[in-house]
Design a protein around this ligand. Structure first.
Ligand code: TRP
Length: 367
């Protein structure tokens, strides 16, 4: 596969839409494979409600992609179970919560197909065959899996399903013949491993049954947590959720990490690592006004409270309509489930066709 210009193999770094405003415009340098026909697949493990980090890192882009690509969005409940067998209820509950987040931000089920992973048995079937195309050693070397094993403290007691989830993710991606997989940086090894499986499979089959995929990594990087930690994450407790109430937003903004050296209003302030300004970069629609605020802050004479007041106003404006839509949609969960049911049925047809092709290529056809 030819790497995109200036990109590492299998990765496209093309987002011009760096943390500037909340425009939903398409990144300018996406590959130009016949719009409308190229398949994009993304997924989330439904283990908690989505937050501003998801909004900046993935949801905004999905809202744009759905107009140009054939987009599948997977609620990866089966993958979520690989490290949540002690709390299956959490995964079940969060399927609808994450779906509400999708719909509330503007993912349109008429344009994007939202599906529930566990309800497509062909994905498990494909996983079973792909497991023969990876070695345990290769899975153990997968940097993302390795890091997750460390973080979860599995040590030697790694659930086999967890160790092998890259094969399941390869099934997710290949079942839909996705050519683009928008993911965070940490997921690049998954796409690389998927492509290894694809190449091995096609070599075994003697023809191109499966297609390789490219990771589409936003250049914008991660939105830090409100505490200044590099990542906004539920497990770190430093998030602002998309469904946050006005009071929750206010309380979170109060806690936002700024410049610890900026003790008096008249002191010059620092922008580096200053989460209030990093968030304003991402969410203030008035970027010219923001540039002036930054200059004032650096010069001295601008207090954190005014910066935070501006940030709160921006976040309240951004999240109020999302929250309102979310609350409206949540009143009729049956309707949401119907959307997921239809999306899953549509997706299953595609996955079943691929599973048939895969089985035929392996000689698993008898009757
Ligand atoms: N592993 C992804 C995550 O943890 C979720 C996921 C599952 C996924 N299947 C996928 C992402 C397929 C992209 C494509 O966020």
């Amino acid at each position: 596969m030819a790497p995109a210009s200036g990109a590492s193999s299998g990765t496209i770094r093309g987002f011009q839409d760096t943390a500037k405003g909340i425009s939903m415009s398409l990144p300018t340098s996406l590959p130009t494979t016949a719009p409308g026909s190229a398949v994009i697949l993304t997924g989330d493990r439904p283990t908690g409600p989505l937050h501003l980090g998801h909004f900046v890192g993935s949801l905004r882009n999905r809202i744009a992609y759905q107009h140009t690509y054939r987009q599948f969005i997977m609620l990866a409940d089966a993958q979520a179970l690989t490290d949540n067998m002690d709390d299956t209820g959490k995964v079940h509950r969060n399927v609808v919560e994450v779906a509400l987040d999708y719909l509330a931000v503007g993912i349109d089920p008429a344009l994007s197909t939202i599906l529930i992973q566990s309800q497509i048995p062909e994905l498990a079937e494909l996983t079973f065959y792909y497991l023969n195309l990876v070695t345990v050693a290769r899975l153990e070397r997968n940097p993302t899996v390795k890091e997750e094993i460390r973080l979860r403290g599995f040590e030697r007691d790694i659930p086999a399903g967890f160790l092998t989830y890259p094969a399941s993710q390869a099934a997710d991606i290949t079942a839909f013949k996705a050519v683009l997989v928008p993911v965070g940086e940490d997921q690049i090894p998954m796409i690389e491993q998927t492509n290894e499986i694809v190449r091995r499979f096609n070599r075994t089959a003697g023809r191109e049954v499966l297609v390789e995929a490219k990771a589409l990594v936003p250049e914008i990087g991660r939105l830090p947590g409100i505490d200044g930690k590099a990542k906004m994450s539920k497990s770190l407790g430093n998030t602002i959720n998309l469904g946050a109430t006005a009071d929750e937003i206010r309380a979170a903004v109060k806690q936002v990490y700024t410049d610890p050296l900026h003790l008096r209003v008249q002191d010059p302030g620092h922008l580096e690592g200053n989460v209030a300004f990093l968030y304003l970069d991402a969410f203030d629609p008035d970027q010219a006004g923001l540039a002036e605020m930054k200059a004032h802050y650096v010069r001295g004479g601008l207090g954190d409270s005014l910066v935070k007041a501006r940030l709160e106003a921006c976040l309240q404006d951004l999240l109020a309509p999302i929250r309102a839509r979310r609350e409206e949609l949540a009143k009729d969960k049956g309707h949401v489930m119907q959307i997921l049911k239809e999306g899953t049925a549509k997706a299953r047809e595609v996955a079943a066709k691929t599973a048939d092709e895969v089985k035929a290529a392996l000689g698993l056809t008898y009757f």
